[in-house]
Ligand binder design. Sequence first.
Ligand SMILES: Cc1cc2nc3c(=O)[nH]c(=O)nc-3n(C[C@H](O)[C@H](O)[C@H](O)COP(=O)(O)OP(=O)(O)OC[C@H]3O[C@@H](n4cnc5c(N)ncnc54)[C@H](O)[C@@H]3O)c2cc1C
Length: 525
Amino acid sequence: MKRRTDFLVIGSGIAGLTFALKASKFGKVTVVTKAGLEDSNTRYAQGGIAAVFSEPDNFEKHVKDTIIAGGGLCDEEVVRGVVEEAPKRIRDLIDLGVPFDRKEDGTYDLGREGGHTEHRILHHKDITGEAIEKTLIEKVRQEPSIEILEHHFAIDILTQHHLGEILRKNYPGIKCYGAYVANLNRQEVITFLAKITVIATGGMGNVYMTTTNPAVATGDGIAMVYRAKGVIENMEFVQFHPTSLCDPNARPSFLITEALRGFGAVLRNLSGEQFMSRYDSRGSLAPRDIVARAIDNEMKIWGDDHVWLDCTQLDKEGLINHFPNIYEHCRNKGVDITKELIPVVPAAHYSCGGVKVDTNGQSSIDGLYALGEVSSTGLHGANRLASNSLIEAAVYSHRAAMHSGERISGLSYDEKIPDWDYKGTTHLEEMVLVTQNYREVQMIMSNYVGIVRSDLRLERALVRLEIIYKENESLYKRSLISRKIIELRNLINVAYIIIKMAANRNESVGLHYSIDHPKRGVSDN
Ligand SMILES: Cc1cc2nc3c(=O)[nH]c(=O)nc-3n(C[C@H](O)[C@H](O)[C@H](O)COP(=O)(O)OP(=O)(O)OC[C@H]3O[C@@H](n4cnc5c(N)ncnc54)[C@H](O)[C@@H]3O)c2cc1C
């Protein structure tokens, strides 16, 4: 079955919905999302969204903090552009009705997080992402030119490959004509023709065993663009959040925001020592990669399965008032954070790399934009500064909507794209094979491609992944479409890209740390 839309938006987090709202002024928008509209990383964001909002802060300081966190690999022009545009895009969110917290005098209550030298994090209590997502959903539902299709899974983007051409990696003339989208309720694949296609599919935390990301974050967009021969970069830079609640049965892992450390909480090992001072002069407020590696090291040295986060010395009322969600969640798990230490472990959290885009969010494939966490804009470099991702999504979604909106009237559909071929596919009898392989990929990545890497570990990971890849490709070709099997296929692609890019970086920088190449900028083999 064929369908047509001006703008096909894949994903309904801050990136997809912001783009949809703004692009709806230029034409018909269809948002497809593989689960419910609200299922996204965005909904889980706690700390807030970074922007320069009042003195003594200024753009220069935000630029500098971002570049320092990025280990020297940020694109300075991009950083400057995002930082300077950030206050305008926050105003857009405020105008839509996002209730950022204010102080009694009416000014915004700005938080501070690791790596930031000033208070510049706008937030709504500790559920900022939920407040943003809720507001955006309310608005897109009211917009008549936006169509919303929940439980619709984008399988692959459409290019000349589907017209029978052989495309090579990074070939400059690749065009996107839309996407194959599975209606998961009816097991039917729609050929969605679009003038502009937007990948806003978020992160890929589920490639690891422990992650703060919800189940939808399986790197689908990165895998789709990779298969379509688009340019992907910086995938070795996976951010592990240092502090997720240690609760082996929880999926996703519950995040204990950095803002809590900004509020005064400190890390201790199980002997009670404030160990961070041994690793960095900024102590518990050092950037995430340093804190995550320090925790990983402490756990390895002492053979412990977690460290502690200590809030017991903080003002009780202020603590509960600023972090009601964390207070409540921990209490339900039997930890009163005003009196007891919180057990925490690092968890895969954010993908700094992704689909390479220009300053308008355009990928290397014509007609295809990539926005939000799935993209690599040059802002984060080797490590993301806390709370810089929501703002990146807001800035780039705005730019992409304006840029593509101006082009839309001159674009048309390619009607020659064939419909999905169901030939030779049947229901998979043993779904457990998929589930087992899914877990195996996560284990390989956590064991061999985690916070600390080595050449041998990466080599082992690749050999093991290869076996799973072959098994799954064969299953995929024989099976009717199901969410689990496509997600596994995507996870395998993403794992492969991370391993390859990690192996190609013969240095340690930002989030990529290898015991075989511990220095920065030294290509030693
Ligand atoms: C626990 C947690 C806390 C965080 N805290 C902060 C913070 O305080 N500040 C900050 O700046 N950032 C924070 N982040 C990061 C930030 O939330 C994300 O980077 C950002 O929300 C990503 O937005 P997005 O729109 O790109 O993707 P998402 O919000 O993840 O949305 C992706 C969407 O794509 C859909 N999708 C995926 N694949 C497909 C497919 N194949 N077909 C159809 N639909 C698909 C998903 O269902 C989802 O709707 C946090 C992240 C987590 C997990």
